[in-house]
Design a protein around this ligand. Structure first.
Ligand code: GDP
Length: 361
């Protein structure tokens, strides 16, 4: 699936960079253009692989919006003509989808990405997807509240919203910064493979996955999650049957971008590897397993022929909005918004309300 990538805010910019770099390194050529949009000049300067567009210069003078996502939304709307102009060269007639990437908990990406998606939908005929990053549990209440409002709006606007939970692919014991770098790398590999599936030129055959399978899996909108796992390929086909089944299970159960999102409306199973090491029997069994486990109405499937000593499974699961993970996130976001509202309403004088201290007059 050929995609145009647009990163909004700091996380959005860093993730589209990694994705573009991965696509180039692998020679997939699925990424047709990359634009990073931000209100903070410094965040844009560190990017090498994306073209950049500064927004809100008249309001924040290149210093960013802090955690104010309402301001993020406003400046995206005020500068939307410049942004659409900057996109002209990027969304070529070859792009089959536009993917807007943002951390939903911050300011520029959180507020700006739903506004951008809304405007893109009016201009382009191809699907507009959001790749949203949810704050981890330990991030503060402003992040949770911002992400709740942003998610609600972006799900309404986008053709589908694929979520990555910052707690999902994060390795134990890493600093926050190192953690982000490794999560971004994992996002790049997994989404890079997903976009490139359907672009395969080697060994094109009946079982090869097509871009339309990705688009059809996301057709019902709502929220989707992406899972991934890999194992070494073997000379022995019985072993490869077992490996295909085991990577499929791991992709859904432990390798997903949204932990505990296991039940959905539709799924796509892509098995990547050398055509000779992808056994039909293993793929069919895995699809049936996925159908039962996810209770999906339809599980699509296909191969992604790739010169590799490994067998990998990608599981794209659509319609996961009713999952426990989303429910518990929304509860966290509602509680955080209530706390934010209350602290805004609080009158500093209330702090001195009791009479243990006398007023001076
Ligand atoms: P913005 O620049 O105002 O849009 O704010 P950020 O992009 O920094 O958004 C903050 C949210 O994104 C928080 O929930 C962070 O945890 C998350 N975040 C920031 N940088 C990264 C990153 O490089 N990778 C990932 N995965 N998340 C990030």
């Amino acid at each position: 699936m050929k995609v145009a990538l647009i990163g909004v805010g700091q996380a959005g910019g860093k993730v589209v960079e990694r994705l573009t770099e991965f696509d180039a390194e692998m020679g997939f050529n699925a990424v047709q253009g990359t634009l990073a949009i931000n209100s903070a000049t410094a965040d844009l300067q560190s990017l090498e692989w994306a073209e950049t567009q500064l927004i809100g210069a008249d309001r924040v003078n290149g210093h960013g919006v802090g955690g104010d996502n309402e301001l993020g939304a406003e400046i995206m709307q005020s500068d939307i003509q410049e942004v659409l102009g900057a996109l002209d060269g990027h969304v070529t007639s070859r792009a089959e989808a536009i993917v807007v990437v943002a951390g939903l908990g911050g300011g520029t990406g959180s507020g700006g990405s739903p506004v951008l998606v809304h405007n893109l939908k009016q201009v382009y005929d191809v699907p507009v997807y959001a790749l949203g990053i949810l704050p981890g549990r330990n991030e503060g209440s402003l992040y949770q509240a911002n992400a709740g409002r942003s998610l609600k709006t972006i799900v309404r606007e986008a053709d589908s919203t694929i979520l990555v939970d910052n707690d999902a692919w994060h390795e134990q014991g890493e600093s926050v910064e190192a953690g982000f770098a490794s999560i971004n790398q994992q996002i790049a590999q997994r989404f890079g493979l997903l976009f490139a599936s359907g672009e395969a030129v080697e060994g094109v055959g009946e079982s090869v996955v097509d871009s339309s399978e990705v688009i059809n899996t996301l057709r019902n909108g709502g929220i989707a999650a992406l899972g991934y796992a890999k194992a070494a390929a073997s000379e022995d086909s019985t072993q490869n049957i077992r490996s295909v089944m085991s990577v499929t299970r791991q992709a859904l159960l432990t390798g997903t971008s949204l932990p505990e999102a296991r039940v959905g409306e539709g799924a796509l199973l892509v098995i990547a590897g050398r055509p000779a090491s992808i056994p039909r029997k293993g793929v069919e069994k895995s699809r049936r397993w996925l159908e039962d486990e996810t209770q999906s109405m339809q599980v699509r499937g296909g191969d992604f022929p790739l010169e590799s000593d490994q067998i990998a499974a990608l599981v794209l699961l659509g319609g996961v909005e009713r999952s426990d993970r989303i429910e518990s996130f929304l509860e966290r976001a509602r509680a955080a918004q209530k706390a934010e509202d209350e602290s805004e309403k609080a009158d500093p004088a209330d702090h001195f309300a009791d009479d243990r201290l006398d007023n001076l007059f």
